[in-house]
Design a protein around this ligand. Structure first.
Ligand SMILES: NC(=O)c1ccc[n+]([C@@H]2O[C@H](COP(=O)([O-])OP(=O)(O)OC[C@H]3O[C@@H](n4cnc5c(N)ncnc54)[C@H](OP(=O)(O)O)[C@@H]3O)[C@@H](O)[C@H]2O)c1
Length: 299
């Protein structure tokens, strides 16, 4: 079985290529294919004639998308359209990666701070209606819609807060690495505590995707590590694991303004996987411990 992975040298793409080593794998980097160009996509896919295409390629700089809206929609929406059209022409299965940031708009069932009381953030299932807050979220949702309408044999995978050894090439690393770097050089860290989500280790996500592509369980899947936390709690856990004592101060989103609005709650429920009896994804804390070892961070 021939499998194409776009964004193959990205954070998720790198671990997908490892998880799919038993397939006839064609890893494509940005220099091999431009997904926003229909001709490039058709030419490259036509040359390889894959059975499965996994599209991880995206414009992932959430704040920059606010000022570069055209680029966001060209890559994340039209790019997904181009991949879906070419995939459908070849009769191939399409795995398209999307995001928790398709949620969080009007109607968000948020609980102001999950630390402050007994309330828990309400997780979104695949059957909830997405309403994005940011240009990034809107462009990714538009990409999902193209995939759903143009390529019936699709798996749309929504995930969140990725960390993997390669680091996001589009973001120059990942949140965990940024926190460790700042903690090693600064007096204290100020980290947002009112945005709650499920951090996800890219090898765990890649393993689930490898399992799904053997099936015909088409549709939308939420795939994250289990458990939830805020960025503040993720930073605290990361520093604890490597023995850094730098103080971490919780702040609100209002105290740490960013160009793009982000959901207070973007916790994804792996509901589709659970309905199929396939939701055995471990906790983000266990995954983070393995990440630290894999990355060579020592306590
Ligand atoms: N990172 C997260 O926390 C997160 C959370 C939820 C969902 N996601 C989704 O997960 C997927 C993978 O994210 P990631 O963290 O692995 O990002 P990443 O490391 O930045 O990987 C994206 C890859 O896509 C390539 N690419 C970008 N634009 C392209 C284009 N127009 N044509 C072809 N290739 C292009 C990039 O190459 P260059 O760098 O060379 O341009 C890079 O290799 C994305 O779809 C993202 O939306 C990410």
């Amino acid at each position: 079985m021939k499998v194409i992975v776009t964004g193959a040298n990205g954070q998720l793409g790198t671990d997908l290529c490892k998880a799919l080593h038993h397939f006839d794998l064609i890893p494509l980097t940005h220099s091999d294919i431009e997904i926003s160009d229909m001709n490039s996509v058709k030419q490259v896919f036509g040359r390889h004639r894959p059975d499965i295409i996994i599209n991880t390629a995206a414009y992932v700089r959430v704040d920059d998308c606010e000022t570069e809206q055209d680029k966001a929609f060209r890559v994340n929406a039209l790019g997904a359209r181009n991949v879906a059209v070419a995939c459908q022409e070849l009769g191939a299965k399409l795995v398209h990666i999307s995001t928790d940031y398709v949620f969080g708009g009007v109607g968000e069932t948020l609980v102001v701070s999950h630390k402050s009381g007994g309330d828990k953030p309400h997780p979104y299932t695949e059957f909830d209606i997405p309403i994005p807050l940011s240009v990034y979220g809107k462009s990714k949702l538009a990409g999902e819609n193209f995939v759903r309408h143009l390529c019936p044999k699709h798996f749309i995978i929504r995930t969140s807060g990725l960390f993997g050894v390669a680091g996001a090439s589009g973001k120059g690393g990942n949140f965990v690495e940024t926190m460790l770097k700042l903690a090693r050089h600064g007096d204290e860290l100020r980290v947002v505590n009112d945005q709650v989500f499920s951090p996800t280790y890219t090898p765990d996500l890649a393993k689930k995707i490898a399992q799904l592509i053997d099936t015909e369980y088409y549709g939308i899947f939420h795939i994250t590590n289990s458990g939830t936390c805020s960025w503040y709690e993720l930073a605290v856990e990361a520093l604890k694991l490597v023995g850094l004592k730098t103080p971490v101060i919780p702040v609100t989103s209002a105290e740490y303004p960013q160009k793009a609005m982000r959901p207070h709650n973007s916790v994804l429920d792996n509901y589709h996987l659970r309905l199929l009896g396939l939701n055995d994804v471990r906790s983000w804390q266990e995954a983070l411990r393995d990440y630290m070892i894999e990355k060579g961070h020592k306590a």
